[in-house]
Design a binder for this molecule. Structure first.
Ligand code: 9MR
Length: 383
C-alpha cells in the first residue's frame, strides 16, 4: 500500500509537471513557495492528499494570524457559508458573489484547490424562496425551474475553478427522523418533499452540464461507521450505486466527519465504509471534520475530562488515517481553523474544543496528531 502510494505520487508529480496543465482535476504536489515543509498541506501533498479547512469570509484577510494559517497549513479551502444559496442570491434575481469570489481568488493566489459547498440543501435557503413556497406564490413547477437556474448559474459562475462540488447535501434520514422513504431519503426534506426523489439525480445532471470537469459529490454526516445500525451508510451506499448504474454524473461521496467524544467511534468501520464507496468507483473525501467534547465554557473551551482531552485528537487522527488508507480518498477537510470560530458551541451547548487550533489559534494535540499521521504516510519504506 505504502509503496503503491509513493509510486502513484511520483508518477502524478511527473504527470502534473510535464503534461497536465490544469490543477483542477487532481490534487497537485504542493509547490507553493511559502509553505513550511512540515505544514499539513506540504505533508499531505507528498501523498497526493489534499488537506483542507472551511473558511470564514469575515476573517479572511482581516485577521492576519487566521489568514496565515489558512494559507500555510491547507491546500484545499471550502467556503463555510459564502457559497450557500442565501449568501449568493439574497434577493431574487440579484446575485452577490463577492465573498465567494474573494475565497476563490485567495485560493488561486495560494496554490489551493476549492471545494464548492453546497448546491442543494434544505438549510440556509434565501427567505424569498422559502416564503414563496410556504405561501404558495412559488408553485412546484416554478420551484424546479428556480432550482435548475440556481445550480446552473452558480456552477457556471465558478466554472473551471472548483475541484469538488458538494452537489447535494444531507438529504438522507437519520434514525431519529420520522418519515424516511423506503430507500432511506428523508421524506421531510424540503427538496424531496416539494420536488420528489428524482431531484437529487437532476441536480447532478445540471451541475455536470455547467462544469463537466468539476468532481461532483454527495455530502452527508454519519454515513461512515458512526450510526449504531449503519443504516444511513447502507442507504447512501445503495443510492449512490444506483445513481452510478443509471449514468448520473456523480464522482464522489463526502463524509462530513462531525464527531463527539461522548458517542465513541468505530474507526475500522469508518475506514471500511469509506472503502465501500471507493469500491463503487467513486472518490471519497472527509469534508467537515471536527471532534467536539464537553468543555468548561465556550470562551476558553477547556475539556472537562482528561480522557476526553485524549479522545479528541485520537478520533481526529483515526479519521485521517481511515482516509489515508483508502486509495480513493482525495482530501481531508477540517470544518474551521480554530475553536474560537467554530459552529459547535453555538449548536451543541456545553461542547467545543472541536478543531485543530485552540481559541488563541495555537496548535492543539489534534494538529500534532494529524501532522504525525501525515509524516508516517509520506515516509519511505525502512528496508
Ligand atoms: O458552519 C456553518 C455555520 O456557520 C452555519 O451557521 C450553519 C448553518 O446551518 O452551517 C454550518 O455548516 C454546516 C455545513 O454547511 C453542512 N454540514 C453541517 C455544518 C455544521 O452545521
Amino acid at each position: 500500500m505504502k509503496l503503491r502510494r509513493q509510486l502513484a505520487a511520483a508518477a502524478a508529480t511527473a504527470a502534473v509537471l510535464m503534461l497536465v496543465p490544469s490543477a483542477v482535476a487532481t490534487a497537485s504536489p504542493d509547490k507553493h513557495p511559502k509553505v513550511p515543509a512540515d505544514s499539513l498541506r506540504a505533508l499531505g501533498a507528498q501523498q497526493k492528499l489534499g488537506i483542507g479547512t472551511a473558511v470564514d469570509d469575515a476573517r479572511l484577510g482581516s485577521d492576519r494570524a487566521y489568514t496565515d494559517l489558512v494559507a500555510n497549513q491547507f491546500s484545499v479551502v471550502t467556503a463555510e457559508n459564502a457559497m450557500k444559496w442565501e449568501s449568493v442570491e439574497p434577493a431574487r434575481g440579484s446575485y452577490d458573489w463577492a465573498a465567494a469570489d474573494r475565497l476563490v481568488s485567495f485560493a488561486g493566489q495560494h496554490g489551493q484547490q476549492v471545494r464548492g459547498h453546497t448546491l442543494l440543501w434544505h438549510n440556509q435557503l434565501p427567505s424569498w424562496l422559502t416564503t414563496g413556497v410556504d405561501d404558495g406564490t412559488v408553485t412546484k413547477g416554478q420551484l424546479r425551474e428556480i432550482l435548475r437556474k440556481h445550480v446552473t448559474d452558480e456552477v457556471t459562475h465558478f466554472r473551471g475553478r472548483i475541484w469538488q462540488w458538494d452537489v447535494a447535501n444531507e438529504v438522507f434520514a437519520n434514525s431519529w427522523d420520522p418519515n424516511p422513504l423506503p430507500d432511506g431519503l428523508n421524506g421531510d426534506d424540503f427538496w424531496i418533499r416539494n420536488l420528489g426523489e428524482g431531484v437529487v439525480a437532476d441536480v447532478f445532471r445540471w451541475a455536470h452540464q455547467a462544469d463537466p470537469k468539476a468532481l461532483l459529490f454527495y455530502n452527508d454526516y454519519n454515513i461512515s461507521g458512526q450510526d449504531g445500525t449503519n443504516a444511513k451508510f447502507r442507504a447512501v451506499h445503495d443510492f449512490v450505486a444506483k445513481l452510478r448504474a443509471q449514468g448520473v454524473p456523480i464522482d464522489g461521496v463526502g463524509e462530513q466527519g462531525h464527531l463527539d467524544t461522548q458517542y465513541g467511534f468505530d474507526a475500522q468501520r469508518f475506514q471500511a465504509d469509506l472503502q465501500s464507496y471507493g469500491d463503487l468507483g467513486l472518490k471519497v473525501a472527509v469534508t467537515e471534520a471536527d471532534v467536539r467534547t464537553f468543555v468548561n465554557n465556550s470562551t476558553e473551551q477547556v475539556p472537562t475530562s482528561q480522557p476526553a482531552a485524549f479522545a479528541q485528537p485520537f478520533e481526529f487522527s483515526e479519521m485521517l488515517k481511515g482516509c489515508q488508507l483508502v486509495d480513493q480518498c482525495i482530501s481531508f477537510t477540517a470544518w474551521g481553523v480554530y475553536d474560537g470560530d467554530s459552529w459547535i458551541p453555538g449548536t451543541f451547548a456545553g461542547t467545543g474544543y472541536g478543531l485543530l487550533y485552540d481559541v488563541d489559534k495555537a496548535p492543539k494535540p489534534a494538529y500534532y496528531a494529524l501532522q504525525q499521521d501525515l509524516r508516517l504516510g509520506a515516509r519511505p519504506q525502512k528496508h
